[in-house]
Design a protein around this ligand. Structure first.
Ligand code: CP3
Length: 343
């Protein structure tokens, strides 16, 4: 699998590519299925539907990796926090984590309740071309904690950041619980057939530098370390958003580092050299224009030439991107990075 080879820094025929949120609303084929469900979460619980949606971007765009169709909030939902999505607001937990007792009440076996995810992975792997990788994933302990504490997406993170400064012991207790559940969740995804796993830390950038390492990165590192100890051949991808200026202090036992679009990729390359494969980092709004795509692909390909790289966006694809432009991004990046490999 070209994607897995690139994760480990092996030479590949071209630089592989996939896109965050590649299965979703910009695809008419996705909307066709979406119409039949009132509720997005119900879709994620149906292995046949999950398989069909996960495979759509492989068939339509010819990306090199499929990512499980699910959500980072399925795990906290199964911890005992009912989840709903509201139009115009996004995800909502009506019950939130406010005190120690709320943490004690969370289900210690939550990861076992995600059998529908493991079944989906088995079914996807049976139907996915053997040259294409399947990426499993989870949210970072910190990022899922922001939703568990705030109850929804947040701009200020006032409630959870109050815990950072006024009740850090309690927050660490929650993060430890989230970390343990996430390790078991990802290991079960690997057992079911995931070829790589990724941890999404979308809200790492809500923390100041030292607090980011204390409350988010340490826990992500722990997840990576545990997985690598058990499954050295499974690449671990870590992605924190909004933390480019903290990169000089990032280390750990993982294989791929996601780079967001705010962080110049040459800046990241200069810090890490070829210690990790860098994944990213085209601004998702460039996908509105073919000229803008071309400019960025050529620029990133030029900077990353001869270095460990996987093409991706610097955050998720937007719902109104023309499919034709997404296809162009994929085909162009493969074309400009084509090379002869020495075997
Ligand atoms: O990348 C993929 O194609 C795989 C599936 C995937 C989804 N969400 C599907 C989804 C993945 C990896 C995620 C991760 C996720 N979910 C993150 C981390 C990555 C990031 O974007 O920062 C976060 C923060 C979430 C939480 C979440 N889920 C939000 C805020 C929303 C609402 C967004 C919106 O635009 O309404 C979701 C819903 C969601 N997750 C959708 C999809 C395809 C849209 C559901 C729909 O069709 O209505």
């Amino acid at each position: 699998m070209i994607f897995i080879d690139a994760c480990f820094g092996k030479e590949t025929e071209y630089t592989p590519i996939w896109m965050m949120r590649q299965a979703g609303r910009y695809l008419p084929e996705y909307m066709e299925i979406r119409k039949k469900f009132n509720n997005f979460i119900d879709m994620t619980k149906d292995p046949e539907i999950v398989t069909e949606i996960t495979l759509q971007p492989i068939d339509i765009l010819d990306v090199d990796a499929a990512i499980l169709f699910s959500d980072i909030l399925n795990l906290p939902m199964e911890m005992g926090l009912p989840l709903r999505f509201e139009k115009g607001i996004g995800p909502i937990f009506d019950k939130t984590i406010d005190n120690k007792k709320d943490i004690d009440n969370l289900d210690k076996d939550a990861y076992k309740k995600l059998e529908y995810v493991y079944k989906s992975i088995e079914l996807i792997r049976q139907n996915l071309n053997k040259d294409k990788a399947l990426i499993g994933f989870a949210g970072s302990p910190w990022t899922i904690a922001t939703y568990m504490v705030e109850g929804k997406g947040s701009k200020q993170y006032a409630k959870i950041k109050k815990m950072v400064y006024a009740n850090s012991l309690m927050l660490h207790k929650l993060l430890e619980y989230n970390t343990n559940q996430t390790i078991k969740y990802l290991i079960n995804q690997i057992k079911a057939g995931a070829n790589a796993v990724m941890v999404f830390d979308s809200w790492g950038g809500a923390l100041e530098r030292d607090k980011f390492f204390e409350f988010s990165w340490e826990y992500m590192k722990k997840i990576a370390k545990e997985i690598k100890a058990k499954y050295p051949n499974i690449p671990v991808i870590l992605f924190s958003k909004g933390v480019g200026l903290y990169m000089d202090k990032m280390d750990g036992e993982f294989d791929v580092l996601g780079v967001d679009w705010n962080t110049p990729i040459d800046y990241a390359l200069n810090i890490f050299k070829n210690k990790y494969t860098l994944q990213g980092n085209i601004d998702p709004t460039r996908l509105y224009s073919k000229d803008a795509i071309k400019e960025a692909v050529l620029n990133v390909a030029n900077i990353m030439k001869g270095n460990r790289h996987i093409f991706n966006l610097g955050h998720g694809i937007l719902p109104d991107i023309p499919v034709e432009n997404a296809k162009y991004f994929v085909s162009l990046s493969k074309e400009v990075t084509k090379r002869r490999i020495n075997v």
